[in-house]
Design a protein around this ligand. Structure first.
Ligand code: DOR
Ligand code: ZN
Length: 463
């Protein structure tokens, strides 16, 4: 007898939708059939669609270190409600994940405070930790993140967001020679290298220029963090990847120019992939008057032309996946002068509902959502087929969706510690009614149930 049967639902893969029953044993998908079998528990999914739980490869849960902004308990609760069953936590916490020891300590620390499964990013810092990359891979780091252009605090290795050369305890951003060496080091490990792609020299000069002019409006921010800054960084990164063989991943791509560069590089066989974030897909500069400084993220939400290019890139496959760059800040800190407020907002809970709404509008299909939010992220980060699909033997991570039910995104209903979104007041057709993690229901009608039982997941490295 099976532990759980989820019957009468429409099962969605990246290819198709079919009506069938799923039977689950030991936290795994054991059988898919049109027959009705005995199970200790039966969930009737009549009228519902069942998708594999989503993977969000880009989350800043701020824990440990900045837990007034977010923490693992709140962040993963938001993930569970948002249909995300595996989160990848970014390494820019305090302490940061910069060697095997800090990796293991974070994994242990998260082990009783994660409502969903989690993978951990490692930081690539250049020569400060180049000798530690291999041991982080060995420990199970999902990939490396390089915050290109950011300075570091020499004592804590914290990232410095708005660096000024006169700051104390400073390690200045790496120059291109050092970055090239970093690419070589990561290439040796075979792991993926994700980069923040904004050329900091250009951003600094352009920011000074607009600040001198006295402008503080949204178009001034876009001039300061221009498309050119992203283009220059991506171009250099692709050139480095071509020569070193490092598997390059462009985080949160935001420009048409960037998409074109990635597309060309892929055509030439250079190992480069990219992702886009829900705020870049669902907002553009025209929304600033309504949303205000909450909308500030790095790289910024840009104009309609760029937004359209991201959708096209996603549709034609240049962009592999959709993620959140969930990066909360204190609500009070997000008010005020646009150039002074910190960049980042909540997205982990809303990204799947926003995509489902596009399905309801007939813009995309459910299999497309499964490809971009489950299959492709699992494949790219070597977690497939444990995660990202509902094949026999896969973890029974699934999300049940009622496409006929409507809901509204409201800040006060979000589960993050600082529930701030650019999507407050957005109506969504299609409601997430249940989430299962390894065969156990963890969300019912928008609320988390049970204790945190998320586990660390490690990539199954390619040989
Ligand atoms: O908007 C952002 N916020 N972009 C980043 O790259 C970092 C993030 C953060 O950590 O606040
Ligand atoms: Zn980020």
């Amino acid at each position: 007898m099976y532990k759980l049967g989820i019957v009468n639902g429409h099962i969605v893969s990246g290819k198709e939708i079919k009506k069938a029953n799923l039977y689950i044993q030991d936290g795994k998908i054991a059988l898919e059939t049109t027959e009705f079998l005995e199970a200790a528990e039966i969930y009737n999914a009549e009228g519902l669609h069942i998708i594999p739980g989503c993977l969000d490869v880009h989350c800043h849960f701020r824990d440990p270190g900045y837990t007034d902004k977010e923490d693992m308990l709140h962040g993963t609760r938001a993930a569970a409600v948002g249909g995300v069953t595996t989160v990848f936590d970014m390494p820019n916490t305090n302490p940061p994940v910069r060697d095997a020891q800090s990796f293991r300590e974070k994994a242990v620390y998260f082990s009783d405070r994660a409502y969903v499964d989690f993978a951990l990013w490692g930081l690539a810092l250049g020569e400060m930790n180049s000798s530690k990359l291999a041991e982080m891979v060995e420990a199970g780091a999902i990939a490396f993140k390089f915050f290109w252009g950011y300075a570091l605090n020499s004592k804590t290795y914290e990232l410095i967001y708005n660096y000024k050369p006169e700051m104390p305890d400073l390690i200045a951003p790496l120059d291109n020679g050092e970055v090239y060496e970093l690419f070589e080091e990561v290439a040796r490990t075979g792991a993926l290298l994700a980069i923040h792609a904004e050329d900091h020299v250009l951003v600094r000069m352009l920011t000074e220029r607009v600040l001198k002019s006295g402008r503080r409006d949204y178009s001034a921010l876009l001039e300061a963090r221009s498309n050119l800054a992203e283009e220059v960084a991506i171009q250099t990164a692709i050139a480095f990847s071509k020569v070193t063989g490092a598997r390059l991943h462009i985080a949160h791509i935001s420009t048409q120019e960037g998409i074109e560069l990635v597309k060309e590089a892929q055509k030439k066989g250079i190992p480069v992939t990219t992702e886009t974030c829900s705020h870049h897909l669902f907002l553009d500069s025209g929304d600033y008057d309504r949303v205000g400084p909450v909308m500030k993220v790095y790289p910024p939400v840009r104009g309609k032309r760029d937004r359209q290019a991201l959708w096209s890139g996603l549709q034609e496959g240049t962009v592999s996946l959709v993620c959140s760059d969930h990066a909360p800040h204190k609500l009070a800190d997000k008010k005020g002068d646009l150039f002074s407020v910190p960049a980042g907002m909540c997205d982990v809970e809303t990204m799947l509902p926003l995509m489902i709404n596009e399905v309801s509008r007939g813009v995309i299909t459910l299999p497309f959502v499964v490809q971009k939010m489950a299959e492709n992220p699992a494949k790219l980060f070597d977690l497939y087929p444990q995660k990202g699909c509902l094949e026999i033997g896969a973890d029974a991570d699934l999300v049940l969706i009622d496409l006929n039910k409507e809901t509204e995104i409201r800040n006060e209903r979000l589960h993050s510690k600082q529930p701030i979104t650019g999507f407050h007041g957005t109506f969504i057709k299609g409601c997430l009614v249940a989430t299962f993690l390894r065969g156990r229901q963890i969300m019912k009608d928008g609320e988390v149930i049970g204790e945190p039982q998320g586990e660390l997941v490690k990539p199954q490295r390619r040989s």
